[in-house]
Ligand binder design. Structure first.
Ligand SMILES: Cc1cc2nc3c(=O)[nH]c(=O)nc-3n(C[C@H](O)[C@H](O)[C@H](O)COP(=O)(O)O)c2cc1C
Length: 195
């Protein structure tokens, strides 16, 4: 199999296996971005989908990460599943998804996080905790009779297109294994690295 497809499949496998262990949990990942002076920042986001062009996530277009990505789209994510003893690191470029594609993945998001996105303005400070809860209650009421909560205009989808993928795993049969997939001008290479 093509090394890139093989690495994507490893990500999909980890997501599927993690879901079987904790069915209610969405896969989360740490997303790192950098600001104009090269200061990295990192936070947790939901991994929305793994598509052929990369890893899809959503955020507020006004958030700090969105502002940083607009200036510098280089980003990295790290997914860790403790029960599976597996880690996946992905480095590459995060591109804004088109509206149609973003709407499609948005529809797969849980209703609670869809409503929270309507109520949340990530870049602004909050007057009080109740302020957010009131907004959330308003949106819950507004979309009460709609099967689908639409994507708010201020919420955008990104696809992190990988240039490097590193898998780390451990099993009862083997000690730690590290495999690195790297994009090169003539295709993807695979290297086994010391754990
Ligand atoms: C489990 C979990 C899942 C989260 N998922 C998302 C997400 O999918 N998108 C998002 O923008 N923020 C998500 N957050 C909130 C972010 O971690 C972060 O607080 C927020 O996006 C603001 O980050 P920024 O100011 O660095 O842009 C999640 C937090 C947790 C703990």
């Amino acid at each position: 199999m093509d090394p890139y497809k093989q690495a994507l499949q490893a990500i999909r496998d980890m997501v599927e296996e993690a879901k079987q262990i904790a069915p209610s949990d969405l896969m989360v990942m740490s997303l790192a971005t950098v600001d104009a002076v090269g200061q990295p920042s990192v936070r947790t986001v939901y991994l929305q989908a793994v598509v052929d062009s990369g890893l899809v996530f959503f955020t507020s277009c006004h958030s700090r990460k969105a502002i940083q990505l607009a200036a510098n789209p280089r980003a990295a994510v790290c997914l860790y599943c403790q029960p599976l003893a597996r880690q996946i690191q992905v480095e590459g470029t995060a591109w804004l998804l088109g509206e149609e594609e973003a709407d499609m993945y948005w529809a797969t998001r849980g209703r609670d996080s869809q409503l929270a996105a309507w109520a949340s303005s990530q870049a602004e400070s909050l007057e009080s905790r109740e302020d957010f809860e009131h907004r959330l209650a308003e949106y819950r009421q507004r979309f009460d009779f709609r099967r689908q909560v639409p994507k708010p205009r201020h919420w955008c989808g990104y696809c992190l297109t990988p240039e490097r993928i590193e898998l780390w795993k451990k099993s009862w049969r083997y000690p730690q294994q590290r495999v690195c997939y790297q994009k090169a001008p003539n295709g993807w290479s695979v290297t086994h690295v010391n754990p």
